[in-house]
Design a protein around this ligand. Structure first.
Ligand code: NAP
Length: 315
């Protein structure tokens, strides 16, 4: 009986492995639009897909980022400037994409742009701080998607949304985790709605990787503390800041500096005949955060409370 089950399971994984290895045809004729290509995953993915011969339409937030990417890639790759938090900018980028692809349709939309600034314990932040992050990571993604989906539908293409393990498990405050939970919810509804049109939606959930978003959030922590109201500072105390900062710094130090596990997932979602619904990228995502997200809340609370620093006025 167990042998029979093991054989069935083995066959299932073998079949899945085989299906996932099949790639779509005519990749060199396919257009892929990527947001947030100045640095990090977006930048590497743009170069990776360009090297594979796809027609990459790379959106950078800054002119400098666009110029640098242009110099490092082939003439096939085209760049534009995009601020995903501005609907005017999103509309202009959509017109630009339409001009690039003509009647072909857009094979891939990769919603990668993101920010974690400002981040910190909830009470140190204001409503505006939460709004800044949610505006880019969630509302920006929704806006770009609503503008581009008709083009993706025409190509029966792919939408790849970059979430995070923090869209599955929350271990710190601020707008970042709520924005990524929103990304998960939006992507799930989008996948179900676009399925009848032959459009496939994948979610990529990276663990910790050493990119600007991560390092900047930690560097910015002291700024957030400095402008917190004095009564809040008394409640938490300088030692809390110091310990919190050390923990964050440690997580940055142990994070991987090799970004390809994430961009390989993005590339697979765009090029495989059988893309996955969810990709977890990084050993910490696979073996720590995603499994822990299924644990009872009381267990996760206990573990997090053991790691978190104690506020000065903790009871
Ligand atoms: N690194 C990690 O550990 C990690 C883990 C899980 C998920 N992620 C997600 O991965 C995605 C890429 O981040 P990354 O790690 O590669 O960090 P990154 O190097 O900071 O890349 C983020 C990109 O988004 C751009 N961006 C920021 N605000 C924007 C806006 N309003 N409009 C357009 N573009 C904007 C940034 O441009 P500027 O640099 O000019 O601001 C940058 O090019 C993000 O969605 C992030 O949440 C990262």
């Amino acid at each position: 009986m167990w042998l029979y089950l093991a054989a069935l399971l083995g066959l299932y994984f073998l079949r899945r492995w085989y299906q996932e290895r099949q790639t779509v045809e005519n990749l060199t004729e396919k257009y892929v639009f990527i947001t947030g290509c100045d640095s990090g995953f977006g930048n590497l993915l743009a170069r990776q897909l360009d090297a594979r011969g796809l027609r990459v339409l790379a959106a950078c937030r800054t002119q400098k980022g666009a110029e640098q990417l242009g110099k490092a890639t082939s003439e096939r790759l085209k760049t534009t400037i995009l601020d995903v938090s501005s609907t005017e900018s999103v509309a202009a980028a959509t017109e630009w994409v339409k001009g690039c692809i003509g009647s072909k349709g857009l094979w891939g939309l990769v919603n990668n742009a993101g920010t974690a600034l400002p981040s910190g314990p909830n009470e140190w932040l204001t409503k505006d701080d939460f709004a800044k992050v949610i505006n880019v990571n969630l509302l920006g993604m929704i806006d770009v998607t609503l503008h581009m989906v008709p083009l993706v539908r025409r190509a029966r293409g792919r939408v790849v949304n970059i979430s995070s393990v923090n869209g599955r498990l929350v271990i710190y405050g601020g707008g970042y985790c709520p924005s990524k939970f929103g990304v998960e919810a939006f992507s799930d509804s989008l996948r179900r709605e676009l399925h009848p049109f032959g459009v496939q939606v994948s979610i990529v959930e990276p663990g910790g990787f050493q990119t600007n978003i991560f390092t900047q959030a930690v560097e910015n922590l002291k700024k957030v503390w400095n402008r917190a109201p004095s009564d809040i500072k008394e409640v938490y105390g300088e030692q809390y800041l110091e310990n919190y900062y050390q923990i964050c710094q440690y997580t940055v130090n142990i994070a991987s500096s090799k970004l390809h596990p994430v961009t390989d997932c993005m590339e697979h979602a765009l090029t495989s005949c059988s893309p996955r619904t969810r990709y977890s990228a990084g050993w910490d995502a696979k073996f720590l955060y995603i499994p822990a997200s299924y644990f009872p809340t009381s267990i996760v609370d206990f573990v997090v409370s053991c790691i978190q620093p104690k506020p000065a006025q903790a009871v």
